[in-house]
Design a protein around this ligand. Structure first.
Ligand code: HEM
Length: 428
């Protein structure tokens, strides 16, 4: 087990702070906007303008470098459709995002057969049975145990958001890719500086971090070409790409590098925030925590309901490639749409009492992990991380409770990503 996982390195607090993360993009907002999003959805399924324009919030600095006519889609039916029809509502929109541009040619911005060819190379390593047999056994269980041991040995209180939620996913994805757990924090720091935080840093620092990320990943790629191991980079090295009209071939080092960097960026932050949201919601209603403790099959429901009720990333963009009419609104080709998954996941035409976090409700497919061809690659891994973490807490700390003497936890972040400021608990 990596020493870094259980060290008191202050970089954890530096890197895993939703307020800081969103402040770096100019997008920070405190509080829960869910009611406003639902209110907009109840007014119209589609509106002209970006979600930030509609809500009168300033746009994020240079989120997209191409000005386009903008619309926002709020209903479940239309967000679901836009996510599934990826040729009409295209992920190529990400090519205009400077942050994603810097990621190279990655699946996030591919469409159609090209997307399918690249995605199917990694999909087998992320399906549910592999999340259980491989990710959970190799990396998740040991890391959760080490984190619980650390909490047990330190104090009668903890901030689960920092002490568990932040640490776990970054270590899991780093080790799963094939890097050493000890490099997880340094890798994350350089990755964030060279992507998400790059707009607020001097260019020299951004370039230096980008070079470091490249050095660390290319070292593993070369090593796996020489000597295969049991990790995702080995899978990428050995995989066969079947692009239409091209001979089957392996991925180049550049392609593997870009792929690995995307997975590490996507897998290191989202699960942290989503787990914090779910834990806080369960702990603030002790009867729910108790019910899950007594019937562990409810934990999976609680996780799924968390991703419906408060998806950590509530909006995603697409590019409209042909003229289309949605709910009576004519949207010309070349427009950009924001899909508001936050309001879609609380659409009363699908869910009764949609604003309630209800772990007993009938399960229906929601959009918290996206839908259609780009649906989250790491969804099953994220669910296993959350499942093992919550089960572990219940076993280890039977009397755990929210710490009412600590400063109250808040939902922070804003529109593009949101999470808890803290999840303070007493352990005994
Ligand atoms: C609770 C945690 C997570 C949430 C809520 C989440 C959410 C999402 C969503 C909504 C998308 C769709 C983006 C779009 O359609 O434009 C997505 C895509 C993606 N996610 Fe996740 N994610 C989570 C965890 C992870 C993890 C742990 C990994 C990797 C280990 C990961 C890797 C990816 C990748 C690579 C994509 C792009 C897929 C593609 O374009 O085909 N995610 N995620």
């Amino acid at each position: 087990m990596s020493d870094k996982l259980v060290s008191d390195d202050s970089l954890y607090e530096e890197l895993f702070d939703v307020e800081k993360e969103t402040a770096a993009t100019g997008g920070h907002i405190v509080g829960d906007l869910s009611d406003q999003l639902s209110g907009l959805r109840d007014t119209a399924a589609v509106m002209k303008g970006s979600l930030r324009e509609i809500l009168n919030f300033p746009e994020i600095h240079q989120a997209f470098n191409c000005k386009r006519e903008h619309y926002t889609v709020f209903s479940y039916e239309l967000c679901n459709r836009a996510l599934r029809e990826n040729l009409l509502f295209s992920s190529e929109v990400y090519k205009e995002s400077p942050g994603v541009q810097r990621m190279g040619h990655v699946i996030l911005k591919m469409v159609g057969k090209e997307h399918l060819a690249y995605r199917s190379m990694v999909q087998p390593m992320f399906i549910r049975p592999r999340a259980i047999d491989w990710w959970k056994k190799n990396w998740i269980e040991g890391s959760v145990k080490a984190l619980l041991d650390r909490m047990e040995g330190r104090s009668a209180t903890a901030d689960l958001n920092q002490d568990l939620c932040a640490r776990l996913p970054v270590h899991i994805v780093t080790q799963g890719m094939g890097l050493s757990g000890d490099s997880a924090l340094a890798f994350r720091e350089n990755l964030m500086k060279s992507t998400v935080q790059s707009r607020s840093l001097p260019i020299e620092e951004v370039m230096k971090s980008a070079a470091e990320v490249e050095r660390m990943l290319r070292e593993v790629i070369s090593a796996r070409r020489e000597q295969p191991a049991d990790d995702v980079i080995t899978g990428l090295v050995q995989g066969v790409l079947n692009l239409p009209d091209e001979e089957a071939r392996g991925l180049t080092d550049d392609e593997i590098f870009a792929y690995a960097r995307l997975i590490m960026l996507a897998g290191g932050g989202t699960t942290w925030r989503q787990l914090g949201i779910t834990l806080y919601q369960l702990l603030r209603k002790p009867e729910l925590w108790e019910a899950c403790r007594n019937d562990r099959s409810l934990i999976e429901r609680a996780i799924d309901e968390g991703a419906r009720w408060m998806p950590t990333d509530p909006i995603f963009p697409r590019l409209v490639t042909k003229d289309v009419e949605l709910a009576g609104v004519k949207i010309p080709a070349g427009s950009r749409i924001d899909m508001c998954l936050g309001s879609a996941n609380r659409d009363p035409s699908i869910w009764d009492r949609p604003d309630e976090y209800d772990i007993y409700r009938e399960r229906k497919s929601h959009l918290g992990f996206g839908m259609g061809p780009h649906r989250c690659l790491g969804m099953e891994v994220a669910k296993q991380e959350m499942l093992v973490a919550i089960n572990g807490l219940m076993d280890r700390f039977p009397n755990i409770q929210l710490d009412m003497s600590a400063p109250p936890a808040e939902l922070v972040g804003g529109l593009e990503q949101r999470g808890m400021s803290s999840v303070p608990v007493t352990l005994y």
